[in-house]
Design a protein around this ligand. Structure first.
Ligand code: CA
Length: 249
């Protein structure tokens, strides 16, 4: 029955369940979904990293005993790439060395199997209460040359002048700026900007990118002095990269 109370903090919170044991994985997903979480599961470390890169996750439940890689390495990589994600390691290993290694690798918490769903949910609620409601709200503006992308204010500023962008153009720029200097695949951009896993033709991405480039160059051309505007490099067969270094034009 619906009530008028505000939505629970976990409503819509994305959880990536990294667990190769199907029984445990299904049980975790069903339990989390039943409590308002959105879940996706990976059975290997490699696919977990791909999933995390394709779509921002709020929480990662990470089994340490994975078939392809050590969960501790995955925790370290996730922490390096996603400073704000909550990582909870799940271990059947009672040896506290593993728990310590996991926490040192950047995990926020751990649960030793077997654990009950009730305990897991209580731990997650406690973490969510301590965290800001929207991770985006604390994202700092990203500056590259004379260009500043402020994702929380949704503003693109070139040398103190706001550049008017369409919503998808802005989101595309923000997705590239968050990974400035790194290649971002077409699949990642489709997932982050258009919020879908897309395996077909991605013409809409190219059209939006061309229009974004045009607006930035027009804004730079209209400035009273030469500006340092980062280029968006096309990586054939892969995606795009927003350059970190930029020359005055
Ligand atoms: Ca396992």
């Amino acid at each position: 029955m619906r009530t008028m109370s505000p939505p629970a903090p976990q409503e819509g919170t994305r959880v990536l369940v990294v667990e190769d044991d199907d029984t445990i994985g299904r049980h975790l997903e069903a339990g989390l979904r039943g409590h308002g979480y959105t879940t996706v599961r990976s059975r290997t470390g490699t696919s977990a990293l791909a999933e995390a890169r394709a779509r921002l996750q709020d929480i990662v439940l990470l089994d340490l005993g994975l078939p392809d890689t050590d969960g501790i390495d995955i925790a370290r990589t996730l922490r390096a790439e996603f400073p704000d994600v909550l990582i909870v390691i799940l271990t059947a290993r009672s040896d506290e060395i593993d728990v310590i290694a996991g926490l040192d690798a950047g995990a926020d918490d751990y649960l030793v199997k077997p654990f009950t769903l009730t305990v897991l949910l209580a731990r997650l609620r406690a973490h969510l209460r301590r965290r800001p409601a929207a991770p985006d709200a604390q994202e700092r503006p990203i500056s590259l040359g004379d260009l500043t992308v402020d994702t929380s204010a949704r503003r693109c500023v070139l040398d103190d002048q706001e550049v008017q962008l369409r919503p998808k153009e802005f989101e595309l720029l923000a997705a590239l700026a968050r990974h400035a200097g790194a290649a971002v695949s077409r699949e990642t951009l489709m997932a982050q900007v258009w919020d879908e896993n897309w395996f077909g033709p991605t013409k809409t991405l190219d059209v939006t990118l061309a229009s974004l480039r045009r607006r930035l160059h027009q804004a730079a051309a209209g400035a009273p002095r030469p500006l340092r505007l980062p280029e968006i490099t096309t990586l054939r067969g892969h995606g795009y990269r927003l350059e970190k270094d930029c020359e005055a034009e």
